[in-house]
Design a protein around this ligand. Structure first.
Ligand code: SAM
Ligand code: SF4
Length: 329
């Protein structure tokens, strides 16, 4: 098991497949992009599948989420999904994506064994989308989501980040639209993980702001802790249900005590938390010929060192060197 000194057990593995992206969301990346990882530094498809196999068969991982950067940019994605689906025990598999290209790949991903997707969409307005992501691709995202739903990659969850002065008036419209489309909407508080270090605690839209805005149009009823489990999103039923809306309040109501995650970067580093300042090098172990048991031992050791919390609530908080896109969000 991947257990830490606080007794938390990590069963949910986030795998970043690439640090590259075809959007430039302002809360994530600068306009010019970033210094991308060099190809030889990236894990190969075989190395990724081997690490996931070790996690699933030796370390108790039951859920695998592919992310990035933009995971749909990884050429071997469908093959990786297929090989992970063949593992015994077979983990639950999902993908967090900006949705661009999903229209083309949704059927193949479903056929390969992917269970569901989270698609990021912050606005219903194409012009605001262009300002937020610096690319004119709103239509592609909307079509990608519909393709995922039609392919049965359900429930399709929608991740939205609200930015002051840009889309902070859109919470009720986004929810009405998601309910109509049969998508499960979750708002994520903006976190200090952008490469440009542009996050400001004072300026951010909080979970409290989001809920107040939603309540101007909907009746929200909070689900109990039992339903939440280790899930980061607190959820509310909308107008008596069955539709729900989630809020991931990583900054104002952190969920670190129930965290069940472990993370693998595209260059093979284990991170215990988005906000961790240390990493453990599994790629080096793989490439120096370490057997599975030694790799598993390294992973366990890394998780044993997991800190109690993100440190966001501490005045001495330091943003990690790697931005979100290079960790895997
Ligand atoms: N490119 C894919 C996407 O956008 O869904 C996957 C990677 S992205 C880093 C994963 C999620 O992190 C997205 O839902 C995105 O909105 C969110 N995200 C990125 N930067 C963030 C930040 N600074 N604060 C909160 N969420 C952020
Ligand atoms: Fe790309 Fe996702 Fe970051 Fe947007 S949030 S720039 S889509 S990695």
């Amino acid at each position: 098991m991947l257990i830490d000194t606080y007794g938390r057990v990590a069963t949910d593995l986030r795998v970043s497949l690439t640090d590259r992206c075809n959007l430039r969301c302002t809360y994530c990346m600068p306009e010019e992009g970033l210094q991308w990882l060099a190809k030889p530094d990236l894990l190969t498809d075989d190395e990724i599948v081997r690490l996931i196999r070790i996690a699933v068969t030796d370390l108790g991982v039951t859920e695998v989420r592919f992310t990035g950067g933009e995971p749909l940019l990884r050429p071997g994605l469908v093959g990786i999904v297929e090989r992970v689906a063949a593992l015994d025990p077979r983990p639950q598999m999902s993908l967090t994506t900006n949705g661009i290209g999903l229209k083309r790949t949704a059927q193949a991903l479903k056929a390969a064994g992917l269970d569901r997707v989270n698609v990021s969409l912050d606005t219903l307005r194409p012009d605001v989308f262009k300002t937020l992501t610096r690319r004119d691709r709103h239509k592609d995202v909307i079509e990608g989501m519909a393709a995922a739903r039609d392919a049965g990659l359900t429930p399709v969850k929608v991740n939205a980040v609200l930015m002051p002065g840009l889309n902070d008036d859109e919470a009720p419209d986004l929810l009405a639209w998601a309910v109509e489309q049969g998508y499960e909407l979750r708002f994520i508080e903006q976190m200090p993980l952008d490469a440009q270090h542009g996050w400001k605690r004072d300026g951010m839209i909080t979970a409290g702001d989001i809920l107040a805005s939603l309540r101007t149009r909907f009746t929200l009823t909070e689900e109990g802790a039992a339903e939440r489990g280790s899930a980061p999103a607190e959820r509310w039923t909308v107008d008596g249900g069955p539709a729900t809306v989630g809020v991931i309040a990583s900054v104002t109501r952190p969920f670190c005590r129930a965290c069940d995650r472990t993370r693998l970067t595209a260059d093979g580093q284990v991170r215990t938390c988005l906000f961790a300042t240390e990493e453990s090098d599994l790629r080096g172990a793989l490439r120096s010929g370490a057997p599975d048991a030694d790799v598993a031992e390294l992973w366990k050791k890394a998780m044993w060192g997991k800190k109690a919390g993100s440190g966001l609530d501490d005045p001495s908080f330091l943003q990690p060197d790697r931005p979100m896109s290079a960790i895997g969000g």
